[in-house]
Design a protein around this ligand. Structure first.
Ligand code: ADP
Ligand code: F6P
Length: 463
């Protein structure tokens, strides 16, 4: 069987860890079943950067190979183009986007360099699968070096419509680069439609009835493959001793109060201040919850050397401080905000001990926390998921209480509905959600895209 080679900016860790980030979690789950090579950035900065030695590690099934970045590459490629230009645009935040020609040049230079290093690791029958917005031009760079292997791509974040995306300088070139791949996977059908619209309206391409998109003489498959979690595995985590210890600690700390949980990297796309204001509105509109319901927000710091992230951290501290000062009483603090991270087992216990999972991003490619919250619940007494309509997960999880995160009145009302929901309705909704998550788990996600990739590549060779 051909080897799978996964490429992404973040690589691993392969063991249960406290690392936050949907991409790493999704890929660990997908790779641990089928094995393969995982190539990307080591997470370190050194003088030699991409020219430095290859760092390798292996477990029974998965091998990792990573290289460093130098400071200029980190600033231009990762902090600059990926996270100051692309991330805000792809999350509908043009107000936060910074466009600098040098960022884009360094981004392309780093992509070329990763392609060169990757090429030396490739075997002729490898299937290559590239991930996320850090590596959009990597496929083109590989093709320019005569790599003929099947190469697929998956975008973990949203793909906005052409009216929006064209605000990005050189967006045509970037989308054109995607046509070097054989298959492009998106989180939702909406993202696929936006991509097709861009190809047709901006690039003069056309869309086939079979889902193929043709432009610049290349026909590729563009399709939705919603990323899943290892549902069974995560449900098992919730039953481990570590999970139970954390759940019990939580129960003791709550002293009979009801808990709402939020778990997100500290990112402006996650709608955290809006979420806290919605909780404040709940306490205003339904005073019976004062002293009885609290919100725990776990928000590990992310990309904290970037101004926009520093700002959102300060805002979160200020909003939670304000609400706590306004409502706190002896023996009850409305909001517990923490920047620390937990192991996956500990998180599973915390989810299980929480009556409501509050997942209200302003924009999110998928949102795995929503899925983990459901997977960790006790089937006999499950909690309720309140989920933003702007998370990709909402497309697959209609049995959650779907909310508009910009409308605090509405979110407060839905939290109230969740708090009042009968056991029968909670079970009914949870059963439907869990069934979907079990069918569309991380293994299914990886298998579907890889199967399409092999088939599309064979068809391209035959044409
Ligand atoms: P994103 O990819 O934008 O970070 P997701 O919700 O898709 O968003 O994925 C986040 C992942 O990071 C989840 O698997 C979640 O469990 C994990 N995570 C988030 N916060 C923490 C934390 N404090 N400790 C450990 N893992 C975390
Ligand atoms: O899923 C979105 C994502 O950007 C991943 O690509 C990334 O690994 C994760 O969030 C965490 O961000 P970072 O890698 O910048 O720490």
């Amino acid at each position: 069987m051909a080897r799978l080679v996964v490429v992404s900016n973040r690589v691993g860790p392969l063991k249960d860890s406290r690392k936050a980030g949907g991409l790493a979690v999704g890929l660990v789950d997908a790779l641990k079943k089928d094995g393969g090579l995982w190539f990307g950035w080591s997470g370190r900065i050194s003088e030699e950067g991409t020219f430095g030695p290859l760092q390798t590690e292996s477990t029974r099934r998965v091998e990792t190979a990573t290289i460093d970045l130098n400071q200029a590459d980190y600033d231009g490629y990762y902090a600059g183009y990926a996270n100051k230009s692309l991330w805000p645009v792809l999350h509908y935040r043009l107000d936060l986007a910074v466009f600098e020609r040098t960022y884009e040049l360094v981004y392309r230079r780093v992509n070329d360099r990763f392609a060169t290093r990757l090429k030396s690791l490739l075997r002729p029958d490898d299937v290559v699968w590239v991930h996320d917005y850090h590596f959009m031009p990597l496929g083109r760079a590989l093709r320019a070096m005569d790599v003929e292997n099947p190469i697929g791509y998956f975008l973990h974040v949203p793909f906005p419509g052409p009216d929006f995306l064209t605000a990005l300088p050189n967006s045509h070139q970037l989308v054109r680069d995607l046509f070097a791949y054989d298959v492009i996977g998106f989180q939702t059908q909406r993202d696929v439609e936006n991509f097709r619209a861009f190809a047709e309206l901006e690039l003069g391409g056309y869309v086939g009835e079979d889902g193929s998109v043709t432009a610049f003489g290349r026909t590729i498959l563009a399709k939705a493959y919603p990323i899943g979690i290892d549902t069974e595995g995560f449900a098992q985590y919730a039953l481990t001793a570590e999970a139970k210890r954390n759940q019990q600690r939580l129960m003791a700390a709550l002293g009979g109060h009801t808990q709402i949980i939020g778990v997100d990297r500290l990112d402006y796309s996650k709608g955290l201040p809006e979420r806290l204001h919605a909780f404040e509105r709940l306490l205003e509109n339904y005073p019976e919850h004062r002293g009885n319901v609290s919100l725990m927000q776990v928000a590990p710091l992310s990309r904290s050397d970037l101004d926009a992230y520093d700002k959102i951290r300060r805002e979160l501290e200020s909003v939670s401080g304000h609400i706590n000062a306004r409502f706190a009483d002896m023996g009850w603090t409305p909001i517990h905000c923490m920047f620390r991270s937990f192991t996956r087992r500990a998180l599973a216990g915390i989810y299980r001990g929480s009556a409501i999972g509050l997942v209200t991003p302003l924009r999110d490619g998928m949102n795995l926390v929503a899925k983990e919250y459901v997977a960790a619940q006790d089937p006999e007494d499950p909690g309720v998921l309140v989920l933003s309509r702007f998370a990709g997960a909402a497309h697959e999880m209609p049995e959650a209480l779907i909310v508009n995160p910009y409308n605090r009145e509405h979110v407060a009302e839905m939290i109230q509905t969740a708090l009042r929901m009968s056991l029968e309705e909670r079970k009914e909704r949870w059963n439907a959600l869990f069934k979907t998550l079990s069918e569309n788990d991380s293994h299914h996600w990886a298998q579907s895209i890889i199967a399409d990739l092999r088939q599309t590549h064979r068809a391209t060779l035959a044409a």
